[in-house]
Ligand binder design. Structure first.
Ligand code: LER
Ligand code: MN
Length: 267
């Protein structure tokens, strides 16, 4: 298991400086923000070069597409699919594990057609209808789509790992996977250890934050049982920090990495 960090959390005034600092702290990967790359594709080469020069990999792309797959307007869904495909291509050039995908934030936007079908049932069908086209690109460019369940205050749609598993099983592609976020799991899963074990076959990426969404070790999440489950499913990919970082940042990052490495040694 490799520990990484989202680029936006890192101190430093340039991409190069951020990568240098990340390396110095002891991170093994950096998650980049999709929107920057989508809007400035000329930066892809720069990221690649800096990553090679500084000896630290780009682990993943976080979101970046400008619309959502479950919007009611055809035009907006088409825009979302176009951006997602472009980001998968960028991800492939950068050699990342995958692109994180949230099908929709907030409440349903499409109409409820009860008693025929409610909005949630229609959304499930709408997602399944669009996934094959996206998975085809993911397979071609060899960059996974990483479905991310979020807590109930951020989305009504995918809240638990087992809900994401449903789509992975139906589509059954090595390039449609799940990312498990400790912050969301801490709110939604009854037992993080059991949930990770059950979804194990599909988990390709992890986000890290403690119960209060600051650095692991600064809240009350039980990382030991979660990391143990990840070890038991033979998870070898990145666990990336997505959380607040209290000052002094570099010092607290190091403390948190030490805290996690000690757990990893123990399990
Ligand atoms: C949002 O809370 C989150 O966890 C992000 O990773 C969404 O892409
Ligand atoms: Mn997350």
């Amino acid at each position: 298991m490799k520990i990484g960090c989202q680029e936006t959390l890192l101190p430093g005034n340039s991409i190069k400086e951020k990568f240098k600092i990340a390396k110095e702290i002891g991170f093994e990967g950096i998650e980049v923000i999709g929107r920057n790359l989508l809007e400035n594709p000329e930066n892809v080469e720069e990221y690649k070069k800096i990553s090679e020069d500084e000896g630290i990999k780009i682990s993943s792309i976080c979101a970046g597409y400008r619309n959502f797959l479950l919007e009611p307007e055809l035009e907006n869904r088409e825009k979302a699919r176009k951006d997602i495909k472009k980001l998968l291509e960028i991800g492939s050039e950068l050699g990342v594990v995958g692109l994180i995908l949230v099908p929709i934030f907030g409440r349903p936007q499409i109409s409820d057609l009860s008693p025929y079908k409610n909005a949630f049932e229609l959304e499930k069908e709408l997602l399944l209808f669009q996934l094959p086209e996206l998975v085809e690109t993911a397979e071609r460019v060899k960059c996974s789509i990483l479905l991310e369940p979020l807590n109930r205050y951020e989305t009504h749609f995918l809240n638990k790992l087992e809900q994401a598993v449903e789509y992975c099983e139906k589509i059954n592609s090595p390039y449609l996977r799940i990312m498990a976020d400790f912050f969301h799991m801490n709110i939604e899963e009854a037992n993080i250890y059991e949930s990770i074990k059950k979804a194990g076959k599909w988990i390709s990426h992890v986000h890290l934050a403690d119960s209060n969404r600051i650095l692991p070790g600064m809240g009350h999440t039980d990382f030991e049982s979660g990391f143990k489950a990840l070890k038991e499913i033979n998870f070898k990919n990145y666990m990336v920090l997505e959380c607040g970082v209290p000052e002094p940042k570099s010092e607290n990052f190091k403390k948190s990495v030490k805290f996690m490495k000690e757990i990893l040694k123990k399990i």
